[in-house]
Design a protein around this ligand. Structure first.
Ligand SMILES: Nc1ncnc2c1ncn2[C@@H]1O[C@H](COP(=O)(O)OP(=O)(O)O)[C@@H](O)[C@H]1O
Ligand SMILES: [Mg+2]
Length: 242
């Protein structure tokens, strides 16, 4: 049984079909990448899975159990954690205390160690720095530690690498590889396509709310339907080395 199974998921905002009949599944321990032009519905898919939004139609099953329509807190309790495209830690709290808040919110308070999580994401030296004083890349790493603090089975990463410089992007890729090597299942939305293609064995492509392709990175990168959806961007940049 897949860890997550999304079936014909549909969501409109007024007249806009943000997500239209999208189906996919993720196996335990897999990293599945989602790409698509701006406004193609990627974040909406995340919001539906994490419970920030309720679908108009379709189902979302985690370990075979329907989670669509549950509150974000219940869905977190069932093992889904997410980072936000626009990071928002508690600015006045220290890095360490921000992670502790994540621990309290999570499934197994006391089981996971906040300091260990800071070490995992490379922020141990910043434990007592106020979140407001962190750089963008540090705030993203904190956001990830907070998500991991809830002991998720499934981690949703929304544009984790957006705004990072090449060295920071390479570091973020290493960190994601480490998580997957430790057995984490990751669903990842990323605008930096070459990074997504390096990390994923399978990629799903959204355009205007619909799934237009799904497959290995090489097949997706050569798909004329995908290239059309990205018209105006430079596909050569997709395969640039990290
Ligand atoms: N809360 C909302 N209210 C109204 N429209 C929204 C809302 N969220 C997203 N949309 C619209 O839905 C479409 C998909 O948005 P989104 O999922 O954020 O795309 P992506 O993450 O792929 O850039 C866009 O047209 C966007 O303007
Ligand atoms: Mg988005």
């Amino acid at each position: 049984m897949p860890l997550l199974e999304v079936d014909r998921l549909t969501k409109s905002f007024g007249g806009i079909r943000a997500v239209s009949g999208v189906s996919f599944a993720i196996e335990q321990g897999e990293l599945l990448g989602i790409m698509g032009p701006n406004g193609s519905g990627k974040t909406t898919v995340f919001n539906l899975i994490a419970g920030a939004l309720t679908a108009d139609a379709g189902s979302i099953r985690l370990h075979g159990e329907e989670i669509g329509g549950l509150s974000p807190h219940r869905i977190c309790g069932k093992g889904v954690a997410r980072t936000f495209q626009f990071v928002r830690p508690f600015p006045g709290l220290s890095t360490l205390d921000n992670v502790r808040v994540g621990l309290l919110y999570g499934r197994s308070p006391g089981r996971t160690d906040a300091r260990k999580l800071l070490t995992l994401v490379g922020l141990d030296a910043k434990a007592h720095t106020r979140a407001a004083d962190l750089t963008l890349v540090e705030r993203k790493r904190l956001e990830l530690a907070r998500a991991l603090a809830t002991s998720p089975d499934l981690l949703l990463l929304d544009e984790f690498m957006a705004g990072l410089n090449p060295a920071e992007t390479a570091g973020a890729m290493d960190l994601i590889r480490t998580l997957v090597a430790q057995g984490m299942t990751v669903l990842m939305v990323e605008h930096i396509v070459w990074a997504l293609m390096k990390l994923s064995r399978r990629i799903l492509v959204l355009s205007a709310g619909e799934k237009i392709a799904e497959g290995p990175p090489e097949a997706v990168a050569a798909d004329s339907v995908v290239l059309d959806a990205y018209l105006g961007s430079d596909p050569g940049s997709w395969i640039r080395a990290a």
